[in-house]
Design a protein around this ligand. Structure first.
Ligand code: C2E
Ligand code: MG
Ligand code: MG
Length: 295
């Protein structure tokens, strides 16, 4: 979760009256039991060349009255009320099962990133991941678990044990929202990290904060020197894209390239380089703005 969302969600959950919070928690429990937590996908792209290099699975909760509750609100509730394990397994299973069915990726699926909450990192977590890999047939080497620095700080030893066990399955590890938490370089030293996801906080400040460029350049160099891939989150404008490319950042994710969309839309958007859509004038909007449309 990026820093702004984290602050919003803490405020939201703290500012939500207890009765309303309990009501939401009860409704969330019903949604989980009824398999009504959906998964959307946000493709990730190489910045030069535009090839799709991965996709992130994101939980979605559409309530029966048609309103969507954002993850920034329901994930903290799920964590607080002991429901995050169920959501986590469901998102992991559904996203692996979805991608493995896409025949165009039969030879090798794209990297699939799935978010993991601190409470999920219990001793049996790697067994859960292994079961999902076995049941779906999704290759472990194409699965990436995204953890945040906050996930790690709560119980570093246990988290390292869990992630090491997952790594033995061939699974990749990404540090999500990098740069806004504790940013301990110790994580890079002690954890088997494959990718850093630079928080959108820094990308959003390109052009307005003098030091943002220098920080991104340093993280890119850090990635290169340690053999860790670097992806920039929150690529929202062509100016962002140009600067990131010039700073040597190779991968990006963001609303300019493609927002999070339902599985079928993601499937077709991942087949072509993102640049092709700019040439044809096709712009992608969020599903609640009407989904795919030609500009
Ligand atoms: P995240 O893992 O950092 O995911 C990226 C979030 O940024 C997503 O929000 C995505 O829709 C949004 N985003 C992508 N590109 C842009 C952009 O260009 N500009 C802006 N402003 N936002 C962009 P979403 O889907 O609302 O998810 C928010 C957070 O909720 C996620 O942040 C993640 O921390 C958490 N989350 C979502 N799904 C899951 C899940 O299945 N499990 C867990 N544990 N957490 C989840
Ligand atoms: Mg993430
Ligand atoms: Mg993130």
């Amino acid at each position: 979760m990026d820093s702004e969302l984290k602050v919003v969600s803490v405020k939201k959950i703290a500012g939500t009256p207890k009765r309303q919070r309990n009501k939401l928690a009860a409704e969330l429990g019903d949604a989980i039991a009824g398999h009504n937590i959906d998964v959307h996908f946000q493709p990730q792209f190489e910045l030069s060349g535009g090839r799709c290099c991965g996709v992130e699975a994101l939980a979605r909760w559409m309530q029966s009255n048609g309103s969507e509750t954002p993850p920034a609100l329901f994930i903290p509730i799920a964590e607080r009320f002991g429901m995050i394990g169920a959501i986590g397994v469901s998102v992991l299973y559904r996203s692996c099962a979805t991608l493995i069915e896409w025949s165009e990726f039969a030879a090798r699926p794209p990297i699939l990133s799935v978010n993991v909450s601190p409470q999920q990192l219990t001793e049996d977590f790697s067994a859960v991941v292994e079961s999902v890999i076995d049941l779906t047939g999704f290759p472990g080497s194409c699965l990436e678990l995204e953890v945040t620095e906050t996930t790690l700080i709560s119980n570093f030893k246990r988290a390292t044990r869990c992630l090491d066990a997952c790594k033995e399955l061939g699974v990749r590890i990404a540090l999500d929202d990098f740069g806004t938490g504790y940013s301990s370089l110790d994580y890079l030293l002690k954890l088997p990290v494959d990718r850093i996801k630079l928080d959108r906080y820094f990308v959003a400040r390109l052009g307005t904060h003098r030091k943002a460029e220098a920080i991104i350049r340093s993280v890119v160099a850090l990635g290169e020197d340690t053999g860790v891939e670097v992806l920039a989150e929150g690529v929202e404008s062509e100016a962002n894209l140009k600067t990131l490319d010039a700073l040597g950042c190779r991968q990006g994710q963001g609303n300019l390239l493609c927002p999070s969309v339902p599985a079928d839309d993601a499937r077709s958007l991942m087949r072509e380089p993102w640049g092709a859509r700019f040439k044809t004038g096709t712009r992608i909007s969020r599903p609640d703005d009407g989904g795919l449309h030609a500009a």
